[in-house]
Design a protein around this ligand. Sequence first.
Ligand code: GLC
Length: 815
Amino acid sequence: MPEPEFREEGLLGFAPGPEGGVSLRLDGGMAAVTIARDGSVRLRAAAGALPPDAGEAVGFAPFAPSTAEPFALDDGGVGLSFSGPEGAARVEVDPDPFALRVRDRAGHVLASLSGLGFAPDGRARVALAAPVGQRFHGFGEKTGPFDQRGRVLRMRNRDQHVRPEIDPLYASIPFFLSLSPPTPLGDESVATGVFLDAPAPSRFDLAASDRTRVVMETAAGGIDLTIFPGPRPADVLRRFTARVGRTPVPPLWALGHHQSRWSYGSEAEVRALAREIRRRGIPTDVIHLDIDYMDGFRVFRFDPRRFPQPGRLLRELAAQGFRVVTIIDPGVKVDPEWDVFREGVARGFFCRERAGALPALRVWPGDAALPDFNRAEVRAWWGGLHRPLVEAGVAGIWNDMNEPAGWTKDVRLGRFLLPFRPQDLSRTEQAPAIGGDARVPHEHVRNLYGQQHSRATREGLEALRPEQRPFVLSRSGYAGIQRHAALWTGDTWSTFAQLRLSVRMLLQLSVSGVAFCGADIGGFAGICSPELFARWMQIGALYPFARTHAMWLKGRQEPWSFGPRIEAIARAALGLRMRLMPYLYGLFHEAAASGEPVWRPLFYAFPDDPDAARIDDQLMLGPSLLVAPVLDRGARRREVYLPEGTWIALDDGARYAGPRRIEVSAPLERLPIFARGGAVVPMRSAVQHAGEAPAEPLVLAVFPGGDSAGVLIEDDGETTAHLRGAMARTPLRVRDRAGGRLRLELGAREGGFAIAPRPARVVFHAAGRPRAVLLDALPLEEAAGAPGYERRDGRVEVRFEDDGGARSIELEPAP
Ligand code: GLC
C-alpha cells in the first residue's frame, strides 16, 4: 500500500505525562504512550493536538494508568516500564523514524510498531510487524478465512447481507488476536491483543500488500491503539473486555430458543404459532415480532387492527411460558401528526445535515429521521419511549437497521419493497460523543451509531424495570457492543456454505468480546432444504444466541415446517440445549466475570497445539464440550480432530485418547459432541421453557480421564439480585485416580441464594461396571430411588438428595 501522501513521523522530543506515560512531540503531530496497570500499552497520536479521550463517553471503563515514568534511551529514544501484580510491560520508542516496541515481563517483543504517519486529508496510519506464521483472528463480524492474514478488512458499518467473502458487514470491532505460531518442537504460542479504537471507518491490511506488516489506517480521529498482553488468548480477552465491557448475565429465558419470522403479523397468527410450538413440544422461550406488528412502521406503536389488545395477548403467552421481543429500528417515521416525531424535532434530537435539514433517509416507514444517540439526553428520551411496550409486557427489544441502514429511493409493490441506492449520510452532522457544542460529521462516529442505539435501549429498559435483567438484540455494533446487546449476524442465505460460515463468524465474534452471538437458524433468505434446516438446527441450538428467523419471501421456517423427521431432530437439538442450560448459564456467568467467550475456537483452549490452530469447523462450548457440527450437504460422516486428553462421545460413551483425528458417523440425527475427560457438566431434565420447573433440577454428568475443578453457579435467572450477591456457588471437583477410581466432590454451597433440598443425579459416563459406588464414603445399593445407583448403557447413575452440604460420590472400579 504505497501511499506517498503519508508522511512518516520522527520524534522531536518528549515530556513526562499523562499519568503512567509519556508525551511525544513528532515532526507532524503529537503522541502519547501510556502503560496501564494491567500491562496494556496505549499509543495515541494525531496530526494536531490529541483529541480528547472518547472511550468513557462511549461507555468504556476508565483507562487505569500505571505509575510508569519515561526515561531517555542511549540512541535518543524514550523508554517506559512498569511491573505490577496485574501486568507488566516495557516500551521502547525509537526516534527516527518513529518506532515502538512493546515487551513483556521476560523481555520478549509482543508488538513492534512503525510507519506512524498522517495524511493531509485526516487519515492516520500505523503498522505492526507481522512475523512469518503470525495468525490474526477476531475483527468482530467478518467473513472469509479463519486466519485473516493476507486479507484487507474494512470497518464501516453497513446494511449488507452476508456473502462468503463480503466485507464490511453490519458491525465493526477493530480488535484482533495476534498469535505467534506454536511449533511441533514445543514452542508455545503467545497471544497479544490489538485494539484500534476508531469509531470512524478504518482499514486493516493484514500483511496483504506487505508480507511483513499489518498496516492499520483510520479515516479520522488519529490513532488510538492499545496492545493487550496475553500470553494466553483468555488473558488477552480478560484485559480487552475489562476495558470495553463484558456481556452482563442475561435472563435465563433469553438463553432459550427464540422463534422469529418476518413477520408474525397478527394476534391470531402469534396465538396459533404459540399453540403449535407447545402442542408439538418444541422447547422455546421467546417469540419475536418483526416490523409488521407496528402501526405503519411507527416505532413503539402496535397496529390497532392486527394487534388490538397486545397486553392481553402477551399475558396469554406468558401463561404458556413465552416472552415476546419486539423489533425497534432507529428510523422514526416523518409524520408531523405523530408525537414521537414531533417531539424529536422540537427538542432537536435528530441528526441533521450541515445546512440543518433532516437527511433524506428512507427506511421501512418511508421517510425517516435518525435520533442522535451519541447524546445522553437523546438516549434517555429514547429509552423512556419504551414505556408502552414494557407496560404491555414486552420482555426484550430487537434493534435492527442501526448501521444505520437507509436508502434514497425505493419501490414498494404491496408488501414488497425494493430498496435502491444506500443513503450516503456523509453530509450529516451529529453531536460529538464528548465535550462541547461542536458537531462532528456522521462519518467520524458512524461505527458507534448502532452501539449507542442499543445502549439507549438497554438503559431505557433498566430504568423502566430496574429489577429485571434486560434483553436487547442488535444488528450493528462496535467494540463493547456486548455490554448492551446480543448480536446476530444479519441477513444470511440458506446455503450449506453459509451454515459453515456462521460457525467461523461466531468464533471470530466470540474472540472479539461478543459472547452472546448467533446467526439466523435456517438462514434468512433463499430456500432452506429439510436437510439444511436439520443441520443448521443441530448447531444453531448450541449457538450462544439461538434464534430461528426467516424473511417473508420464503417458505415457512418453523421447526415443524420440514416434515416429522426434521421436526424430531429440531426437538432433540433444542431439548439438548434445555438440558445443558445450567452449564450454558454458568458459561454466561463466566463471560460476565472474566470476558471468557461461550464459544471458543480450538486454538483458544489448546493454544500450543499446531493442529488445533487451523480448525475452524469445530468449537469448544465452554471448557468441557467439543462440538463438531456437520456442515456439508449429504455428509453422513465427518472427520473430527481431538486435541490432547481423553474425549468421550456424549451420546454413545465411546472413549478416545487425543491428540488424534477420528472419523465419526453422523447420520442426519446426529451432532457429534465430545466431553473432555475429567469434566463435570451441570445439566437438568428437559423443559419446554426456562420458567418451567424441571423434573430433575440437578444432573451432573461426569466424564473419566482427567481432573477438573469448577463451580456451579445458580441464581433466580431473571432479576438483578445476583448483582447484590443473591447467587449460589457449589464447588465441583473431579478426580480420576490411578486404577480408575473416579470421584466427584461437591463442596458446601455458598452464597446468598437459597435452594431448597432437591433430588440430584450424578451420571458417570463411560463408567463400565464398578465394584462399588460410594456416597460420602459409604457403599450404595444398586437400586432405583435415592440414595442408590443404577447402571444404564455403560453409565452409572447415582441418585441422592442435594441439601447444599458437601458430598462425595466415588466409583471403585472392578478389579
Ligand atoms: C432486516 C433484518 C431482518 C428483518 C428485516 C425486517 O433485513 O436483518 O432480520 O427481518 O430487516 O425487519
